[in-house]
Ligand binder design. Sequence first.
Ligand code: NAD
Length: 526
Amino acid sequence: MDQMKVIIADSINEKGISDLEEVAEVLVDTAITPEELVNVIKDFDAIVVRSRTKVTREVIEAAPKLKIIARAGVGVDNVDVQAATERGIMVINAPESTSITVAEHAMGLMLSMARKISIADKSVKEGKWEKSRFMGMELNNKTLGIVGMGRIGSQVVIRAKSFNMDIMVYDPYISEEAAAELGVNVVDLETVLKESDVITIHVPLTPETKHSISHKEFEMMKDTAFIINCARGGIIDEDALYDALSNDKIGGAALDVFENEPPEGSPLLGLDNIVVTPHIGASTAEAQRDAALIVANEIITVFKGGSPKNVLNMPVLDPKTFQIMKPYLELSEKLGSFVVQGAPGNIKELDVTYCGELSEMPKQDILTRTILQGILNPILTEPVNLVNAPSIAHDRGIIITEGKRSESEGYKSIIKMQAKTETGEFSLEGTYVHEPKIIKINGYWVDVKPEGTMMIAKYQDLPGTIGAIGTKLGEHEINIATMQVGRREAGGEAVMVLKVDQNVPQEVIDEVKKLDNVEDAVALDL
Ligand code: NAD
């Protein structure tokens, strides 16, 4: 086999380069122009970039041998991922390279607030010596609330332990095993807000987390509480934060990220009880070095025939298989999203059975991967794709089993799913008849198009229960578009699926759950 060739088009750590040189011929040209790149790329199997070099469609189309585009860092705005996917070229990155760096920044912000370091620094430089103004707080024995225990949150846990802090975590998507491994207490958000002396946010910015810390949440916090956001601007509602800080509703805040960056004209910048940094949470030499080492290692893995961990795009199916799979890929993603929102708690085991014609088709694992994508994508920062979905699920402690059945209850094909969580089970069956359809929930026949906002309720089929649920939603001005009920016998357990015109907030779900004869209720947004 010819020797592989790698071009390194932006400056990366030397060790990353020497690792690659052991297995490939490496050209380092960190001043290469876009035109030159288009001319030379035809000879290369891999390209490594940071953010300077743009790997455009033109570059990709001029690269018949290219197998991997590696971004030694996290964001891939400078790579045309779509064009790469179309040509079957993997795009990889190094999302974990910054975790320790960001966790250390969070610790730095915590100390800066607790010991008033940044305002004390400013005061001394202004020629003052205000010792009594800067009475601080020890972190020792204080309660640290971590919201989001992914890559960065976990690193904060490790560091905060050495400060002898009591740690509690809110992350509805982590497994008990992951929490037990780090020895942390997993609690609900309200407990974190009420009991923490310091709260640090490490969740992605999603529709669920946007403004998830707002007026109501600040009200619940201790008057002395400090809050840190080095995740993404917009998770904390900055207007509510300004009110909380200026009315001494909380003790202080530290932000590395803002709703608008730079936060020009933000009234927050005029306050004394806030520490701010210009989105430098990930900026260290070590993070850059690790990014180079990680992508070099991934390229070597691919050259040796292995599977890389951080692939951002999906492998291309051959056109014929893709045509057969397309409707079921759509169904699978919906089923994944439905099951993660409908199941009571974190999914620990997932059993998928492909019935009917699907049981005969090739590449069913792509459907399972798509289901996992639907389950994991709404809760993780990095895009989950067909390549990395199984390993992410494995890291999160989800056990997957796949089965086949020729029988499909009168449909061409059915996908059956059974999810087990810590607190119960949830089952779902779906098919594709002109569009994706859910045909069974927890064993009850329904006919639901999995899209839009919905509410599912489990209840005892007794007179007045359906009406009471409808009235409760009406009280909160939530309009019901359609309703379906499934039951086995009159008076027994039943399932109701409501399509509603807007998302049903958690407070309303809690009220529905308290209604007579209602066993459970859950809101879905598909
Ligand atoms: P991650 O995907 O590894 O972890 C995110 C965690 O949040 C997961 O465990 C997930 O289960 C949890 N989560 C998702 N939705 C939640 C919710 N509604 N409530 C509670 N938990 C929820 O991500 P990561 O790499 O640890 O990154 C965390 C954050 O840090 C992201 O917002 C990322 O963009 C940000 N970040 C900032 C910088 C910086 O420069 N300041 C650098 C890197 C990453």
